[in-house]
Design a protein around this ligand. Structure first.
Ligand SMILES: C[S@@+](CC[C@H](N)C(=O)[O-])C[C@H]1O[C@@H](n2cnc3c(N)ncnc32)[C@H](O)[C@@H]1O
Length: 258
């Protein structure tokens, strides 16, 4: 069956990458849509559309079979509807996108969990959410917010540069580390925190697993040979901030040698 997907406009390549991850298939880009022949039922396609953050509409034979109910999809979980709020909270659409980009099937760790936005989207999608944060208050906020949405999460107060002291064999990581503006850097410099976090994350992830992280455009970040860079995408926020969404895969020892 041939399906045509209309995608959300913030960043077309990012939307296409999300769809490719959900379908486990490389796609060809049309002007503002993606068209593909898939041996999937309408029911299976509906499931993928409901999970996605970036699909807006899906057609088959000119017949609309799914359309995003933009006013209803994420509205129940926008920051102001959460019992505990913080200026650095992620919106649910972005949190859902980060979760999807990891390609996680069972569990996901957010080591900068803050108020739990990523944990909530992961839990709603049936993944086991694990959250950690250096700040005990944020752990409490995550606890209260996840409970509100009936999501059970494992939570731990921990420095994200020392994840190996508590975690191993993690399937996927998605996170939005602090920028030091509305969220604390807890005494560290951004230029140290991000690379030190990547080193620690590499120790606890399974080989071939993904890490998806957001950073502000003004922070330069090198990625060493322990990672394969699958993509990097811009998400414009306002004049002073474009978020960069980085998708990395932990290399295996053999792929390192190549
Ligand atoms: C941008 S906020 C995350 C917001 C979160 N995504 C949400 O939607 O609420 C960054 C978080 O990182 C935490 N943090 C700062 N330094 C940390 C560190 N070294 N290890 C772990 N967490 C840290 C802060 O306490 C803050 O909660």
């Amino acid at each position: 069956m041939k399906y045509i997907f209309k995608l959300s406009g913030e960043n077309y390549n990012l939307a296409k990458f999300e769809l490719e991850t959900l379908l486990n298939k490389k796609l060809k880009r049309n002007k503002d849509s993606v068209s593909i022949d898939l041996p999937l039922s309408t029911e299976q396609i509906n499931k993928i559309c409901n999970r996605s953050a970036m699909i807006q509409k899906c057609y088959t034979n000119n017949l609309k079979i799914w359309a995003a109910k933009s006013d209803k999809r994420f509205v129940a979980r926008v920051p102001k509807k959460k019992p505990k709020q913080h200026p650095a909270m992620l919106k649910p659409k972005m949190a859902r996108l980060l979760v999807n980009l990891t390609n996680a099937k069972k569990q996901i760790l957010d080591p900068f969990c803050g108020t739990g936005s990523i944990l909530i989207e992961a839990g709603i999608l049936g993944l086991k959410p694990i959250g950690s944060d250096i700040d005990s208050k944020m752990i409490e906020y995550s606890k209260i917010n996840t409970k509100q949405f009936k999501v059970k999460s494992e939570l731990k107060q921990l420095d994200a540069t020392q994840l190996e002291t508590n975690f191993k064999n993690i399937e996927a990581i998605a996170c939005d580390p602090p920028y030091g503006i509305s969220s604390t850097l807890a005494g560290k410099k951004m230029q140290d925190l991000y690379p030190d976090f990547l080193t620690s994350a590499n120790k606890i992830l399974k080989k071939g697993s993904r890490l998806v992280m957001v950073r502000p455009h003004y922070l330069k970040l090198g990625v060493n040979k322990d990672w394969k860079k699958l993509g990097e995408f811009d998400w414009y926020m306002h004049k002073g901030l474009t978020r960069k969404i980085l998708v990395l895969e932990k290399r295996s020892a053999t792929s390192n040698a190549k």
